[in-house]
Design a protein around this ligand. Structure first.
Ligand SMILES: NC(=O)c1ccc[n+]([C@@H]2O[C@H](COP(=O)([O-])OP(=O)(O)OC[C@H]3O[C@@H](n4cnc5c(N)ncnc54)[C@H](O)[C@@H]3O)[C@@H](O)[C@H]2O)c1
Length: 269
């Protein structure tokens, strides 16, 4: 029976034979997802601005018996996107999965936000996702197959103070995901959004270190704990694998019950 289970899970969820391009791979969530996807059989095209982080990650993936290559890539540089995508196609012949994970944030009140901060966040989070997807989808179209995973956020639907530009960028990514799903279904391309809740990483360290904000967030998580990057791996493998063959255009929240309403009031009697 154990062998039968293994065979079935392998058939559904294995990433073997898939070339997976991940942006923001050197970040806290990227590192965990890249290693997990490599362990599930994927050949990882690790892209980020941070060269050292990428090299270290690749070394760890290879040590664990996985496959991976690194590409220093800035998702706000359209020429760099084109050049990297073409290089991967030349070397590997295909890109089966694109994970648009690169993202930034800078918290500022709406009345105080400046143009530079606005442009920077939108450029990385929304424009980067748009053009990265466009470059890769051209090749997926030729193969008539592909899966795009856009990383959005719980903040695409539930706002946090001082987070206006980030929230707008992630809502934009959620809308873009649905547009990709309807325009590219005829090319065999699926597009879904992975929406993490409150995950404890360096991007959110400022919030978790503040006692008032940390209590605010914990009260809103039904499971009463911050998420870990590892908590996002199951959904990512599902969306990348053939197990999600009929799933497209949706946003999948992995948030410990945050959007469900968080922790309930104490009910007496
Ligand atoms: N941490 C959370 O709680 C949380 C919650 C919801 C969504 N997310 C999203 O998950 C993703 C990863 O977040 P994280 O917590 O791992 O953050 P992180 O800062 O650890 O990682 C982000 C990575 O993106 C890279 N990056 C930034 N700008 C880039 C650019 N122009 N080109 C290429 N790479 C660039 C950074 O170098 C970094 O390695 C982000 O899109 C973030 O918005 C995070």
């Amino acid at each position: 029976m154990k062998e039968q289970v293994k065979d079935k899970l392998y058939e559904l969820f294995s990433l073997e034979g898939k070339v997976i391009l991940m942006t923001g791979a050197a970040g806290a969530i990227g590192r965990v997802l890249a290693k997990g996807m490599a362990q599930a059989g994927g050949t990882m095209m690790l892209c980020d601005r941070e060269k050292d982080g990428l090299e270290e990650l690749r070394k760890e993936i290879l040590q664990e018996g996985g496959k991976g290559e690194t590409y220093v890539l800035d998702v706000t540089d359209l020429a760099n996107i084109e050049e990297t995508t073409e290089k991967i196609i030349r070397e590997y012949g295909q890109i089966d999965v694109l994970v648009n994970l690169a993202g930034i944030n800078k918290r500022v009140a709406l009345l105080e936000g400046d143009e530079e901060t606005f442009d920077r966040i939108i450029d990385v989070n929304l424009k980067g996702t748009y053009f990265m997807s466009q470059a890769v989808a051209k090749h997926m179209k030729e193969k008539q197959k592909g899966s795009i995973i856009n990383v959005t956020s719980y903040n695409a639907v539930m706002m946090l103070g001082g987070n206006g530009v980030y929230c707008a960028s992630k809502s934009g990514v959620a809308a873009l995901t649905r547009s990709q799903a309807i325009e590219w279904a005829k090319y065999g391309i699926r597009s879904n959004a992975l929406s993490p809740g409150h995950i404890s990483t360096r991007l959110t360290a400022q919030l978790w270190e503040d006692p008032m904000r940390s209590k605010y967030m914990l009260d809103r998580i039904a499971m009463a704990r911050p998420g870990k990057p590892e908590d996002l791996l199951g959904m990512t493998i599902l969306l990348a694998s053939d197990a999600s063959a009929y799933m497209s255009g949706m946003m999948y929240h992995v948030d410990g019950g945050c959007l469900a309403g968080g922790q309930p009031w104490e009910i007496k009697g």
